[in-house]
Design a protein around this ligand. Sequence first.
Ligand code: GTP
Ligand code: MG
Length: 335
Amino acid sequence: RNHRSHIECRGDINRLNAHFLEIYESLIPPEEEKEKQKQLMALLNKHVTNEWPKAQLFLYGSCANSFGFRKSDIDVCLAMGDADVDKSEILLRLADILKSDNLENVQALTRARVPIVKLMDPITGISCDICVNNMLAVVNTKLLLDYSKIDVRLRQLAFIVKHWAKSRGVNETYQGTLSSYAYVLMCIHFLQQRTPSILPCLQGMEVTYKVNVDNVECCYFDQVEKLQGFGSRNGESIAQLVWAFFNYWAYCHDYTNDVISIRMGSLISKREKDWTRRIGNDRHLICIEDPFEVSHDLGRVVDKRSIRVLREEFERAAEILQYDPNPCVKLFEPY
Ligand code: GTP
Ligand code: MG
């Protein structure tokens, strides 16, 4: 532990519960928005099945994992059934089809790391990115959604953390900070680690769901309705958890040696993953293991400069939560 770590949080921490819950509630997407998403999906489905009768569309990312805010864009995956398709060709054809309907700003970005078609639907006002055959993302979306059903504190904590990260400018992968997906994994891991634990490790339990995607065996316990009340032996409030989350990442996490793994439900060592040195562009300065693509470190985008920015932001948040008279304002102050 770093000398500045706080063993105990301020005595009046629970005074912040109502504030955090208010922020959480205000960010939840309203029902009308979900309806509009369905409407747009139905339109896209019509075009897709018309052109490729065997293809299917799936929602993934924050619009489907329960961690999305209101007014978010939606992420869609076009599953072709055939793994060997030419993605660029499909995306260019898809863009042509969608342009002929009254969708706006339709663009095929075939050279991006994840090639997509982007568009805006003027009827619902929703923007959308469509990728091809990215089924691992669809499956990890289901895993996150299943975790969110076990204890409401996960969704509350992740909303606060994402809101903080967006306000403070540390949710920008192209600038070397972390994706929303990485932050949610950090929250799941953190709640698995509380004593008593608030979340189980679904990948360490009886297998009730199993799919093979791109030669990765994805399996875990998905009958989460049977886990209702799992975390109830732990009575920590959302304010206590937010405080402890930032205190952990500011002062307790061992950045030199540890990898967080929701797959194992524990910390694992960088040494056993061979993530101790820089290989190519992967520096492994903060290590967050993908639950299914286990060779994939979600912290790989973080470089020498941005790790400093991130850690300073964790410390800033921890200090504010410990000492500031009005932490809810200060915590989310635009950078
Ligand atoms: P918002 O910030 O609210 O849009 O959250 P989001 O969950 O949609 O954003 P993000 O772009 O982080 O993730 C989109 C989805 O891509 C995730 O839910 C994962 O299913 C998938 N994904 C898989 N691997 C990665 C990865 O390495 N980086 C990112 N960013 N996403 C990944
Ligand atoms: Mg998204």
